[in-house]
Design a protein around this ligand. Sequence first.
Ligand code: AGP
Length: 612
Amino acid sequence: MCGIVGYTGAREANPILIDGLKKLEYRGYDSAGVALHRDGCLVINKAAGSVADLEKKLGDQFNKVTVGIGHTRWATHGRPTDINAHPHCSCDNKIAVVHNGIIENHQSLRQWLADEAGHSFRSETDTEVMAHLIEEYYEDDLLEAVRKAVKRVEGSYAMVVIAAGEPDHLVCVRQDSPLIIGLGEGENFVASDIPALLAHTRRTKILEDGEFASITADRVEISDRDGKVVEREILEITWDLEAAEKGGYEHFMLKEIMEQPVAVKETMRQRIDPSTGQVDLSELGFTEAELSSLEKIFIVACGTAYHAGLLGKAIIEKVAGVEVEVDVASEFRYREPIFEKNQLAIVISQSGETADTLAALRLARRNGLKVLAITNVVGSSVSREADRVFYTWAGPEIAVASTKAYLTQLVALYLLTIYIGKARRSIDPELAGELVKNLMDLPGNLKKILSEESLSRLSSYCNHLSQWESAFFVGRNLDYPVAMEGALKLKEISYIHAEAYAAGELKHGPLALIVEGIPVIALVTQKAVSEKILGNIQEVKARGGAVFAITQEGFDDVSRQVDSVFYLPAVNDILAPVLSAVPTQLIAYYAAVARGSSVDKPRNLAKSVTVE
Ligand code: AGP
């Protein structure tokens, strides 16, 4: 995710900015840059690559400079190139901007700025419009210009702006993206994340949504949209650097699980129109005729992304009425699938670099299929080679175990299903409306599942689970892929041997392994098969298995038939897997913690598998 650092004071700004950017490297980035005030001008240095490369490039040529802003970029709009790196400048190079977030209406603003106001653009980024827009409003008052510019902007932003004409002044604004002011003696700082500040100060003021800050070496003033000054308490940070990188959580995995409400919201942003409830994926460039004539979709992926694909198959077939085959990429590339016309391949890969998935993509393209990639990394190999790309905006995932990327892959597949269903007129409009409503409610429902109370319940359940060397996950219908993903997650980080079964299969073999007390996690969210799975649960209980059920509010029979139950907010059964995945992630997490495993870096595994 992008990182921001800003400094104004009496010390050399350059090493402070570089050191701050290095402290934000753990968040992931692909390019870096700084803008420094020198003799009434702004000097910009930026390039794709590492902060260390930028540091070398800067050398000691800016020794006397005491004000500047820096940025690490994780590409969203536009590839990771030198030109797309931040800071971005106005036409006259007198205003420089660093920005985290997404300017949603950047296209219309860019058009207006270019056509009506004569601005010329250098980059492909959404951010560059801000530099030009501020230039448009600038009349020797940077704060006022930023205030006016922001009024025209839709989207999320943490922004820091400097102007050549205001030598020690940083102007900041935030909406839906964090920005923290660090207070010093005769100097002040700003950053998007606490680790960048800790070497200099622990006294901070947190900017809230819709607020602006005007920062000089001696003064920090926070104001609201209307310019009214806001008093903000000083927050003393007590975290050490490691805790700060993890946002105060013990592990990146837990931090990323907790980020899921925001990650799904970002993934849906601009793809659902809240006023009409319409899903708009025109960004993918499919024609209605193309979607209507689809006869088959291949979904190909590995690991967790493959489990997302299995759920994708279930919902696309059920809701949009297109036949889907799902393959593990390492099998697909060698199994000689039958390719014909009117087929589409969808590859799913968080990293976009998984070797087998890339090989599957190439195979499909060689055979004349169009390939749609669902990926989290702009500029990744998969995104470059696919015909179309659906980006999940989960932000970089650092823990090896995929959580927020998985959930956003599911959201992408639901949006796609509704979109294809509409184009083919195969989706029931009432169902489409209900699913969209449930999708819009997702961030709120995820927050409920991530409450303190749920966390402590799941953590105490894991005290029992973690004593065992094996466990089962069972589910039927849409719950089955969730069971598979739950088992993978538990194996991957707690090293407990976990198996997932379609519950109806138990009596065909695995029931032989059910012994007194063995943990069985049952997913029970599908009304159409709830009686059936409750029957399977009785088969387990009769042999002593300890059943922990994950179900929806309103499934009243479940609690009487199991040892413990975890309730999810009620939604349409089709969407329940997006919610039920979360307690399974937390079960894996707390079991791993209880067993003292290396949660974020499990043994023998890598985040990105770039070899066959
Ligand atoms: C998930 O927890 C795993 N670490 C793994 O299964 C992963 O999903 C798989 O390697 C695919 O990675 P990708 O999404 O980057 O292609």
